[in-house]
Design a protein around this ligand. Structure first.
Ligand code: SAM
Length: 252
């Protein structure tokens, strides 16, 4: 219970219930990263979660440092990606390096691309912390490096207020109450029940607070830290959820 977000109970159902975002953005992201792959560069992924996009990056031939703040997410990613190798130590080698990094203040390794999808940067307490994470990502880029980040805009608040969202499956139940207590704040109160092998049910309650950002300001913030960026509705041909924006930048 010490971890604020994405503890084991929620993580155990995350891939089955909500793991499609990495697959949705993968074609556009891979296309934008093609020059990095061709040059044999390294991709640093922030907030990799269960490793859905990580898998797509690896299958395309990228070298990846995949990171997340949640130990449970990293453990799940390790399990999910195990079939890509016959030797577990390869999950900590030159092709894939899975490690814990917590934004915004942990040091970031240098990279030729930084990718963060599923709005991990919104999981920070306020705009100054968001900007520190953005600056850290920019600072990790080698000259000419590519920044691909999706960000929940202020418009994301429009997704609140539709009543609880409930998913009921044979062996798990997920109840999500969403609200926007302030124009720049999105709150998910998530209760999960997961059936255990002995038939009992395990419950956990998580509270996810996201800071929402006026994404029109992001290119100016990135220009201050050496990255030319544009904000769009997608990375490629995919349709992102309402209020999610794709930031595409290049380090000067
Ligand atoms: C909505 S999930 C998206 C996961 C994955 N990228 C995907 O698209 O499925 C957000 C991820 O951000 C991670 N996260 C939250 N706060 C973080 C922080 N301060 N530093 C790094 N990662 C964080 C969470 O653990 C979680 O894995």
């Amino acid at each position: 219970m010490d971890e604020p977000y994405f503890r084991p109970t929620l993580v155990s159902i995350y891939r089955r219930g909500f793991g499609h975002h990495g697959d949705l953005v993968a074609p556009g992201v891979l296309s934008l990263l093609e020059p990095v792959r061709a040059a044999g560069g390294t991709v640093l992924e922030l907030g990799c979660g269960t490793g859905v996009l990580t898998r797509r990056l690896l299958e395309a031939g990228h070298r990846v440092i995949a990171t997340d703040a949640s130990p449970a997410m990293l453990a799940q990613a390790r399990t999910e990606l195990a079939d890509l190798t016959d030797r577990p130590e390869q999950l900590d080698g030159p092709e894939l390096d899975l490690r814990r990094i917590t934004l915004p203040d942990d040091p970031l390794p240098p990279a030729d691309a930084v990718v963060a999808v599923g709005h991990p940067l919104n999981y920070l307490p306020d705009v100054p912390a968001f900007r520190r994470a953005l600056a850290a990502a920019a600072g990790a880029l080698r000259p000419g490096g590519v920044l691909l980040v999706d960000v929940a805009d202020l418009e994301w608040a429009g997704n609140a207020g539709n009543g609880p969202i409930v998913k009921v499956e044979e062996d798990w139940v997920w109840v999500n109450r969403v609200s926007a207590p302030r124009p720049d704040r999105y709150l998910r109160e998530i209760t999960t029940f997961v059936r255990q092998d002995d038939g009992t049910w395990l419950r956990d309650d998580e509270r996810h607070e996201n800071v929402l950002v006026d994404t029109a300001l992001v290119p100016g913030w990135l220009a201050e830290v050496g990255v030319s960026a544009r904000v769009g509705l997608s990375f490629g041909d995919e349709q992102l959820p309402a209020g999610l924006r794709a930031v595409v930048g290049h380090a000067r």
